[in-house]
Design a protein around this ligand. Structure first.
Ligand code: NAP
Length: 536
């Protein structure tokens, strides 16, 4: 008989009940984020732990990263003396189960027992090892007095959560940790529903790994997870999709998330490059709005819509490739959005209805209005895709004299007809001057800057304009921008549009004015860190 079953049947004892109470008390005391600390040697590991001890006093020592885990313990004792308030988990995951420890299960138990003696209040052992443990080994672990986390990792999928949990409950653990891999956004919902069902029974930790598991890494505690994990620094993630502990606290304000925290997100495919989480979370923090904003990598719109319903999500920023596709899922769109035929902002009303807006319009109009009167202004829009449509309809609405030029003439002509703008051919350009030329094509996006063969959108001679507006914002300094700067023409950068479209979303969602300057500052900082900020 497996020890787990044996234990469950014969030891539903006072020890188990009191340990359950003790682990619940411990759970209440634990911070929300446990920082996973790795290191090549004990000194490095302890130095990293020192760095976190004050701001994040909950540390997982990944002993399996050390060539000799026991060599850590003398230093750990010293660490405990100076930092008695720090909660520590000892984990020595075996190589077969996603870790690096190559020793036997008996050696793993031995290390965990010593870790507890060195001061770790929690020890983690994976289900695969647990199934091999004899009663005597369990007794050894329990006698340490440390709380036992029994963990299971599914590196491929999110399935059989309850079945796994029930199996794990047959072992004498204090915490049950179930970690799966999200293949789609809705897997997060499965994880959170699982936590809601089980966390009243006993202390549970649950989250989904992978880029698509972000929702559960942040929101699982609302569903009942005892805590979550964060990485110590970039490149030191101990699980796929793990977020920096610092980002969890500072950007996502995880310590303040509660049941009334509203959830917003930017959806697209791909999405990891998006700066929207940076500006929106900054805005929410600045205005003290109880909300969190996530990057949602949806591979299908059906997956996204299921999450919007089940989480529930209060609002969305929508980006490629879903700006048009989302329209049919919305209950209503405003007139401008209907005309444009693309939606980049969704708000969910209290009755669950979804309303769509297009704030790219504000992203174009607001920066221009700060520089010129739009009534009668002569503006050339290059392109006829979604962003160009927002610019053209928005500008027409403000009374501008709008010209359109597009690579595919038919698309440009169609837009000109719909918006009552003028379609022009390139050869007409030399005879025209403009107040602003807007690049609403994707030319210049993500590094075609270096491609010498790439044809510039316009030649220097064709830039007869007072301003240029470059919608592309990564990189900031496209050929179009450089050409204008060489001619001394002032540039309106894509990052300014990005901030203003986001600011308008913020207003729609919160009913408050957006902290535009602060949003601009963080975008500039983030772009500078990527080496992509423009010089004005
Ligand atoms: P889209 O719907 O795919 O439209 C792309 C447009 O670019 C089309 O008019 C297309 O012409 C034209 N185009 C593509 N490659 C071209 C080339 N080699 N030469 C000439 N024209 C070319 O894209 P979108 O959503 O409108 O986005 C356009 C740009 O705006 C993107 O760079 C996007 O990042 C940017 N944008 C920025 C913001 C911001 O906040 N800063 C917001 C929205 C969009 P055809 O009709 O001939 O294919």
């Amino acid at each position: 008989m497996a020890f787990g079953l044996y234990y469950a049947r014969s030891h539903i004892s006072m020890t188990n009940i009191s340990s359950n109470i003790a682990s619940r008390l411990l759970r209440q005391r634990l911070p929300r984020v446990c920082v996973a600390v790795i290191g090549k040697n004990p000194a490095e590991m302890v130095t990293k732990a020192e760095d976190f001890a004050r701001d994040n006093p909950f540390i997982e020592f990944r002993l399996d990263y050390l060539p000799q885990p026991v060599a850590l313990f003398p230093k750990l004792k010293g660490f405990v003396e100076y930092h008695p308030h720090v909660n520590m988990i000892a984990t020595c995951r075996r190589a077969n189960n996603g870790g690096r420890f190559k020793g036997s299960v008996a050696a793993q138990v031995d290390i965990l027992v010593k870790a507890a003696a060195a001061g770790c209040q929690l020890i983690d052992i994976e289900l695969e090892s647990a199934t091999q443990l004899k009663a005597a080994s369990w007794e050894k672990l329990r006698k340490t007095g440390a709380a036992i986390i029994l963990s299971f990792h599914d590196f491929r999928s999110t399935k059989n959560l309850d079945k796994t949990y029930q199996k794990m409950c047959t072992y004498p653990a204090d915490f049950i940790k179930v970690v799966s891999t999200a293949q789609e956004l809705h897997d997060n919902v499965e994880m959170m529903k699982f936590l809601e069902r089980r966390s009243d029974e006993r202390p549970v930790i649950g989250l989904c790994m992978g880029e698509q598991g972000l929702i559960s890494r942040l929101l699982s505690m609302r569903a009942g997870s005892a805590f979550t994990f964060g990485a110590a620094s970039a490149g030191e993630e101990t699980g796929p999709g793990q977020i920096l502990a610092r980002t969890l606290r500072e950007t996502f304000r995880i310590d303040q998330l509660d049941v009334s925290t509203r959830v917003y997100g930017v959806v697209g495919d791909p999405i990891s490059h998006s700066l929207s989480p940076v500006i929106m979370n900054t805005g929410f923090r600045r205005e003290n709005f109880n909300a969190v904003y996530l990057a949602l990598h949806a591979k299908t719109i059906q997956d996204l819509m299921a999450c919007v319903r089940d989480i529930p999500i209060h609002g969305l920023s929508v980006t490629l490739p879903y700006k048009e596709a989302i329209l049919k899922y919305l209950d209503r769109t405003d007139q401008m959005t209907t005309k444009i035929g693309a939606c980049n902002t969704v708000i969910r009303s209290q009755d669950g209805k979804l309303y769509g807006f297009n704030t790219d319009v504000a992203g174009v109009i607001r920066p221009l209005e700060q520089r010129m009167a739009l009534l009668g202004a002569k503006i050339l829009v290059l392109g006829a895709g979604g962003a160009a449509r927002a610019a053209v309809f928005g500008l027409k609405d403000r009374g501008a004299d709008v010209y359109i030029m597009n690579r595919t003439a038919g698309t440009g002509q169609k837009l000109a007809k719909q918006a009552r703008a003028k379609f022009i051919q390139r050869k007409q350009l030399s005879k025209l001057t403009f107040d602003c030329i807007i690049n609403a094509t994707s030319v210049g996006m993500d590094g075609d800057l270096g491609k010498e063969k790439e044809q510039p959108l316009l030649t220097e001679k064709e830039l007869n304009t007072k301003f240029i507006f470059e919608m592309v914002y990564t990189p900031a300094e496209t050929k179009f921008v450089k050409m204008a700067q060489a001619k001394g023409i002032p540039v309106i950068f894509g990052s300014e549009m990005f901030v203003h479209q986001g600011a308008r979303q913020f207003e729609i969602w919160t009913g408050k004015p957006a902290p535009v300057d602060e949003m601009q500052r963080v975008v500039h900082h983030a772009l500078a860190q990527r080496g992509q900020a423009g010089k004005k």
